[in-house]
Design a protein. Structure first.
Length: 271
């Protein structure tokens, strides 16, 4: 099975297993910038893992909304585009795809640096780290990237280096349902692909907004699971981007991606 076929398993089927992982890895106590970060600027990468990632991904900045950002991604020129997915030695590489919701968020931040300038930013479900990188490039005072996959954390460090940035702190755990962190801004893209996970996100984001007046931006190309969720009624459309042809082909013909501002009403459950 070519990786392109495997990529569709990630998009259509294996996200269910990833959602189960997000749901099962409960968040812990209050977050701290330094104490809880598994990866940081001073942390060295496992040489074997680093060599594997460098050998089996392609450095690219084309075919996406943010040519300013170079990323290591899986592409048709990579071995695992053709190899059987079972030969990939780590967890499913969701991080190796630049999903359209993340592209829209990153483009918006690069075009509107005032959104993050001088502010603390949490990139939830960061994947390849592109949105966190865009926040650093645009002047955020603090950036924390979060993902549940340790290989994603390693890939983010490599992507920071590609863009001549000191790696930002990265936390590898599920922080949904943890104590609400005091962030100025939370950004998340392409995470509303499972109803139970979406419900958990909805409740946790409400808490962050209610307790800390956190601003929340969500990137999504309009997948059914997102548009049909109750959160949709509390979103304000910020901007819509037409996707490049390569990204359209990668995402079953999706033509655009949208940045949404999450603005729950005061009448929502405050438990």
């Amino acid at each position: 099975m070519a990786f392109h076929g495997w990529k569709w398993l990630l998009l259509l089927g294996r996200q269910n297993s990833l959602a189960k992982v997000w749901r099962s890895r409960r968040g812990g106590p209050s977050l701290c910038w330094k104490r809880c970060c598994h990866w940081s600027a001073g942390k060295s990468l496992d040489p074997e893992v680093r060599a594997f990632l460098e050998e089996n991904t392609e450095v690219t900045n084309s075919g996406h909304l943010t040519p300013e950002i170079r990323l290591r991604l899986l592409s048709p020129r990579c071995r695992f585009w053709r190899e059987k997915p079972d030969l990939w030695p780590y967890g499913d590489p969701f991080w190796a795809i630049y999903w359209p919701g993340g592209q829209a968020l990153s483009r918006y931040i690069l075009d509107n640096p005032r959104v993050v300038k001088g502010r603390s930013v949490l990139d939830l479900g960061s994947g390849c780290g592109a949105t966190a990188i865009a926040a650093v490039m645009s002047g955020a005072s603090q950036v924390l990237a979060n993902d549940i996959d340790p290989i994603a954390g390693m890939a983010m460090i490599l992507n920071c280096q590609l863009n001549h940035l000191n790696p930002f702190p990265i936390i590898i755990k599920n922080i949904i349902n943890s104590e609400a962190g005091n962030w100025d801004l939370i950004v998340l893209g392409d995470m509303f692909y499972d109803e139970q996970l979406a419900d958990g996100l909805h409740h946790w984001l409400q808490k962050c907004i209610r307790i800390h007046q956190t601003e929340v931006l969500i990137g999504d190309p309009g997948r059914h699971q997102f548009l049909s969720h109750s959160i949709r009624s509390q979103l304000h459309k910020v901007i819509e981007y037409s996707l490049p042809e390569y990204t359209r082909q990668e995402n079953n013909g999706l033509t655009s991606s949208i940045v949404w501002s999450y603005q729950p009403s005061n009448s929502l459950d405050k438990s």
